[in-house]
Design a protein around this ligand. Structure first.
Ligand code: PEP
Ligand code: MN
Length: 340
């Protein structure tokens, strides 16, 4: 349920509605817009009735949101949310490109990549220090040492850091280094991790699980929002289908669908979405044309030697060429690439 206050409603009226919600055993989520205040009711709505609120002073309307996601819905917030990541707005007027290696491997590998992607126009640096690998025998990431290398790369290039956190016990540590904390596809429904991330003051990049429906995806975002973190960016990274010539099937349908149903920004990861470096550029073009707010792309100075995901990693040269192509399509869409 959301309660729409009248324009120029007073603080006392807002407080009155909030305390009525609290009295019913639910939690108010107050969103102060330019025009008016909207109050979301968080919790089991069977405990309340529309009539409890419609006659309270300052209330203009009481709407039941029929969708299971509330705070993530367009009904709750009509205007698109713009999330600030280390000074880079995501979801605003410009397309943001995040780039970097799948895994942080060494200082040279990371710094070479960081310098190169920055020179080509990437605004944020990605790199995994904690890696969710299919095989327990595969490289699992450098852990905290990887985070320290990311900090070094940030210091040198000024690029904000995007890196994955896999366990709720690591959230505080990763949050010391990351500007945007990534929840990987495999953890999209790790509710303990989502609850921990809902308590921090940093933005979260929520990747769609490869078998998640749109509703499940937005319900995971809802965990973050309901827990108190409204800095959420969604990421489509491909789903499992019967096709075998690509690693995943990049579900670009979900980009305009999310735009219709939610105010949250959505970016696209064409690297995991295709698994093939030769498909990354065409699908990046398509993602921008479909209305994505940004891209996250894997880049490695020597993909043949990469510890993970070499097949889908662009060389710095190919990344530079791709950025040139994307600038054109971003302009056509009226959302030029974000630049420093
Ligand atoms: C990654 O971004 O390197 C990654 C592991 O992605 P996903 O969780 O989408 O597989
Ligand atoms: Mn990867």
């Amino acid at each position: 349920m959301i309660i729409v206050m009248r324009p120029r409603s007073t603080q006392a009226e807002v407080d009155g509605v909030a305390s009525r919600i609290t009295k019913a055993g639910l939690t108010p989520h107050i969103s102060q817009g330019v025009e008016r205040t909207i109050i979301g009711v968080i919790g089991d709505e069977r405990l309340i009735h529309k009539e409890h609120f419609s006659l309270l002073p300052g209330v203009e309307d009481v709407l039941r949101i029929l969708k299971p996601y509330k705070l993530a819905s367009r009904e709750f917030r009509a205007a698109p949310s713009v999330i600030d990541v280390a000074g880079v707005p995501v979801g605003g007027a410009n397309i943001v490109v995040i780039a970097g290696p799948c895994s942080v491997e060494s200082e040279d590998q990371l710094l070479d990549t960081a310098r190169a992607v920055r020179a080509s126009g990437a605004r944020l640096l990605r790199g995994g220090a904690y890696k969710p690998r299919t095989s327990p025998y595969a490289f699992q990431g450098l852990g905290e040492e990887g985070l320290q290398l990311l900090a070094k790369a940030k210091k040198e290039t000024g690029l904000g850091i995007v890196t994955e956190v896999m366990e709720s016990s690591d959230v505080d540590l990763v949050a010391q280094y990351a500007d945007l904390l990534q929840v990987g596809a495999r953890n999209m429904q790790n509710t303990k991790l989502l609850r921990s991330l809902s308590k921090i003051k940093k933005p979260v990049l929520l990747k769609r699980n490869f078998s998640a429906t749109l509703t499940e995806f937005l319900m995971s975002a809802e965990y973050l929002l309901a827990g108190g973190n409204d800095q959420v960016i969604l990421c489509e990274r491909g789903i499992r289908t019967f096709v075998e010539y690509t690693r995943n099937t990049l579900d670009l349908n979900i980009v305009p669908a999310i735009k219709l149903l939610s105010h949250l920004p959505i970016i696209v990861d064409p690297s995991h979405g295709t698994g093939r470096q030769d498909l990354v550029t065409p699908m990046s073009r398509a993602a921008i044309a479909a209305g994505a707010d940004g891209l996250m792309v894997e880049v490695h100075p020597n993909p043949a030697e990469a510890f993970s995901d070499g097949d889908q990693s662009l060389t710095p040269e190919r990344f530079q060429a791709m950025m040139g192509e994307l600038a054109g399509i971003a302009n056509v869409m009226g959302r030029p690439l974000s630049r420093t």
